[in-house]
Design a protein around this ligand. Structure first.
Ligand code: DON
Length: 306
C-alpha cells in the first residue's frame, strides 16, 4: 500500500471524533463517516474515498468571492471596506465590529464575507451570485448550482448573520441592502461541489491562475493565499500555519482546500491542489479528519511552505 493510502486509512478513523454541523438543519443530514481526498497536479491526480460525492462550499467560497470582488474593484478599493487582519475569533463573532474603525477584520470571517458579497459586480442579487458561479465554472470547466435546500435552511436560521449585516450597514460597510447582501452570501455558501472540484480550485491557486481561463490577477491570488494562511482555518489558523504550514480554507460542511505551491506527493510533482471532504467537524468548525490528514501529509512529504 502507498504511504498516502496508509495516511488516508489511519485518518478516516478520526471522523468518529467530530460531529456534523447542526446549526443549519440541512447540514445535519450529512454522513459523519464520509471522508474523501483529491490531490491534483497539472497532469495527474490521486483520489481517495468517494470524490464525486457532493456537498456545499460553505466558507470555502469566501476565498473565491474575495478574489472576484478584488479583481473587479482593485485591492485598494476593497480595503476601504474590509481589512486583511486575523482575529482569532470564531467565524460569526460580532465582538470586533466596534473596533478597527468598525471595519470588518478580514474577508474570511462572516462580517468580511457579507461585506464582500455586497461589493460583488452586478446590479442584482442574481448578477452578484452569477459573478462568482461564473468564475468557479471557468475554473472547473463545468456548470455549478446552488443547493436550494441548504440555502433555504441557512436563510431561515440566519439571525446571527442578519444581525452582523445590520451592524455593517449602520457603519457604512455594505454596498447593497442587508437582505441582498445576506441572500448573496448564503447562496454562495450553498454552491454544490465535490472533492475533485475543491482540488481543482486549490490547483488554480497553486498555479497562480495559470492552469485555466478564469481571470484573476496574480497579486489578488497571492493576497487570497495570505488570507488563507492567516485566517483560513477559523480560530485554529495560527496552529494550522505553525504545524501544517499550508494556505488552506475550511467550511462547516467539512470541506477544505489546501494549496501546495511546489511539492512532491507520490508521483505528483510541482504545484498541487488538495480538496478534502469530511463532514465530522470539531468545535471550531474544521473537518477533524481533514486537519489530521493534512498534518500527516505535510510532515510525510515535507510540504511546509514557509
Ligand atoms: O455563515 C454561515 O453560517 C455559513 N453559511 C458559513 C459557514 C462556514 O463555513 C463558517 N464560516 N466561516
Amino acid at each position: 500500500m502507498k504511504n498516502i493510502q496508509i495516511i488516508y486509512e489511519n485518518t478516516k478513523k478520526m471522523t468518529q471524533k467530530g460531529k456534523v454541523a447542526s446549526y443549519i438543519p440541512a447540514l445535519a443530514e450529512a454522513d459523519s463517516t464520509a471522508f474523501s481526498v483529491s490531490l491534483m497536479s497539472m497532469d495527474d491526480k490521486i483520489e481517495l474515498g468517494d470524490c464525486t460525492k457532493t456537498f456545499t462550499l460553505q466558507s470555502v467560497v469566501k476565498v473565491l468571492s474575495f478574489m472576484v470582488a478584488a479583481h473587479h474593484h482593485g485591492i485598494e478599493e476593497i480595503m476601504r471596506y474590509v481589512d486583511v487582519e486575523p482575529t482569532g475569533d470564531s467565524f460569526n463573532s460580532i465582538v470586533r465590529l466596534e473596533s478597527n474603525n468598525n471595519k470588518p477584520f478580514n474577508p474570511m470571517i462572516n462580517a468580511g464575507a457579507i461585506t464582500i458579497a455586497s461589493l460583488l459586480p452586478g446590479q442584482s442579487m442574481f448578477d452578484k451570485v452569477k459573478s462568482v458561479t461564473s468564475f468557479i465554472e471557468k475554473i472547473l470547466n463545468k456548470q455549478v448550482s446552488v443547493n436550494n435546500e441548504v440555502y433555504m435552511s441557512e436563510y431561515h436560521s440566519a439571525d446571527y448573520n442578519r444581525a452582523i449585516a445590520y451592524i455593517l450597514q449602520a457603519n457604512g460597510f455594505l454596498k447593497s441592502d442587508v437582505e441582498e447582501a445576506l441572500q448573496v452570501y448564503l447562496q454562495l455558501c450553498s454552491i454544490s461541489v465535490n472533492s475533485s472540484d475543491l482540488a481543482k480550485i486549490a490547483l488554480y491557486l497553486a498555479t497562480n491562475g495559470q492552469n485555466c481561463e478564469a481571470a484573476c490577477s496574480k497579486n489578488v491570488i497571492n493576497i487570497a493565499k495570505a488570507l488563507m494562511m492567516t485566517c483560513g482555518m477559523y480560530n485554529f489558523s495560527g496552529k494550522f500555519a505553525a504545524f501544517v504550514g499550508l494556505p488552506a480554507k475550511s467550511g462547516v460542511s467539512g470541506a477544505i482546500i489546501a494549496v501546495v505551491k511546489d511539492g512532491e506527493i507520490e508521483h505528483l510533482k510541482g504545484p498541487i491542489g488538495i480538496g478534502l471532504y469530511g463532514p465530522a467537524i470539531d468545535d471550531v468548525g474544521n473537518s477533524v479528519a481533514g486537519i489530521d490528514f493534512l498534518a500527516k501529509l505535510s510532515k510525510q512529504y515535507d510540504l511546509f511552505c514557509l
